[in-house]
Design a protein around this ligand. Structure first.
Ligand code: HEM
Length: 435
């Protein structure tokens, strides 16, 4: 679909074939990002991985990220952080067993605590608790800004006046300042104790980045703003996405008691009376992995991926796409396309059984993490959080809905935004299962 968004030509891609043309055949022409006001601000002027334009600087930062942050070795090194935070979540649910639990909130707090521990070596919730902190709310407010529209981005010549008039500018500046102050404090604290043992079990990402800053073999100078820009990507990319995937997975399992039973039987069969699911058990939980794939398909969290910008004129499917057009890949529509999927509206994990269709960016009918050069580098990290949490949720509790209407009354409405939120939170009752 071809649109004119204010003064900017824009194209929305909603079929797997054209998505493949954009992100595979012509990936190099479409792998840049537009510069919106909010993206420019939160990327410290285009110094990050997610929002910066394609070029030498993006390639350097992406390479650094792949080696130092998103590598399999690094993801595995935070296994104990994930397992501990999942344990805290399970304990918090146990303590509130006679009452209802707001899983939407709890998943968000847990994933935020995991990211905080990985990045800064500390959590922002109270010790041993899975509760909301000011920091969680700040991340959410920033996500809302990123998902919203700034009129000024579509009328570049009126940008200054429109942003001032709508109040957008003030909100942006306030939230940016709060996050920046937090980063500044943490950088100062970490720098002063960089080579001490500051009581962390693991070297955190900020330690790694500060050490790299002093390493001249990088081939470019890693400034304080580069570091802050990467930290921003970690928080914005890693908090909401895993939490929402968990929320939708539990929502669908609650609506499908037969699938819930099958998943619980599998996890209990594999783990037995060990008392908890560990990451070493996950490889055997094949049905649960199908559930995760089906959740990412039916509730494609980043429905329009992140916007792309064409770097030169290009012909796609008979359309001439001019240079500097904005291209949105409607991954949600593609993942729910009736030409690609049988009964796409039905939650059916078995559809992934016995085939090799995966979310890794090779199958263009299933692209919840995008594809091509800009594919999500945090995929492995995100999946690691989702799998260990979901497995433990299934292992430890029997789940019930608090409402009279039972599982049929579970709300599946979605709300507007850059990521796919549920309109109302998922509130359930948990009955512990003795192991
Ligand atoms: C279930 C979890 C996640 C989902 C569904 C998800 C989804 C996505 C999507 C759709 C994109 C855009 C890809 C494109 O434009 O083709 C993306 C990019 C990105 N994600 Fe994720 N993500 C997840 C987890 C994470 C995590 C845990 C992190 C970091 C801690 C992360 C960091 C990033 C970054 C830095 C980019 C920008 C890549 C670039 O432009 O080169 N993501 N993600």
């Amino acid at each position: 679909m071809n649109l004119q968004l204010g003064q900017i030509p824009a194209f929305i891609v909603s079929s797997p074939e054209i998505a493949s043309e954009i992100m595979k055949t012509h990936d190099l022409k479409f792998c840049s990002r537009p510069t919106t006001l909010v993206m420019k601000k939160f990327s410290y002027g285009g110094l990050d991985i997610a929002f910066s334009k394609y070029g030498v600087q993006w390639r350097q930062m992406r390479k650094l990220g792949m080696l130092e942050i998103f590598s399999t070795k690094r993801v595995q090194s935070f296994k104990s952080v994930r397992e501990e935070e999942v344990h805290i979540l399970i304990q918090s649910i146990r303590h509130s067993c006679s009452q209802t639990v707001n899983l939407s909130d709890m998943f968000l707090c847990m994933s935020n605590n995991i990211i905080c521990r990985e990045v800064f070596g500390k959590r922002f919730s109270d010790d041993g608790e899975c509760n909301r902190s000011e920091h969680h709310d700040l991340v959410l407010e920033i996500m809302e800004l990123i998902g919203g529209f700034s009129l000024g981005d579509f009328f570049p010549s009126l940008k200054y006046w429109l942003n001032l008039f709508t109040g957008w500018h003030g909100k942006l500046e306030r939230n940016f300042k709060r996050m920046d102050e937090l980063f500044e404090r943490e950088i100062e604290e970490h720098s002063s104790s960089l080579y001490d043992d500051h009581g962390h079990e693991e070297e955190d990402f900020l330690d790694v980045l500060l050490k790299l800053q002093k390493d001249f073999s990088l081939g470019f100078s890693l400034t304080k703003d580069h570091i802050k820009a990467i930290l921003m990507n970690m928080f914005l990319g890693g908090t909401d996405t895993s939490a929402l995937t968990l929320e939708w997975a539990m929502t669908e399992l609650m609506r499908n008691p037969t699938l819930m039973k099958k998943a619980q039987d599998e996890v209990r069969g594999v783990v037995g009376s060990k008392g908890k699911v560990e990451e070493s058990d996950l490889q055997q939980l094949q049905y649960m992995k199908l559930i995760v794939s089906e959740t990412l398909r039916l509730h494609c969290i980043a429905r329009l991926l992140l916007p792309r910008e064409s770097m030169e004129e290009c012909q796609v499917n008979g359309y001439i796409i001019p240079e500097k057009s904005r291209v949105y890949i409607n991954a949600w529509a593609i993942c729910n396309d009736p030409k690609a999927w049988e009964n796409p509206e039905v939650f059916m994990p078995e559809r992934f059984e016995g085939n090799d269709i995966s979310y890794r960016g090779q199958h263009f009918e299933f692209i919840p993490f995008g594809a091509g050069r800009r594919i999500c580098p945090g995929m492995q990290k995100g999946i690691a959080v989702v799998e260990i949490t979901l497995a433990n949720m299934l292992y430890h509790f029997k789940w019930k809905t608090p409402s009279e209407t039972g599982y049929k009354g579970i709300d599946t409405r979605e709300s507007f935004g850059v990521v796919l939120h549920k309109k109302s939170p998922l509130v359930l009752q948990a009955a512990p299962i003795e192991t």
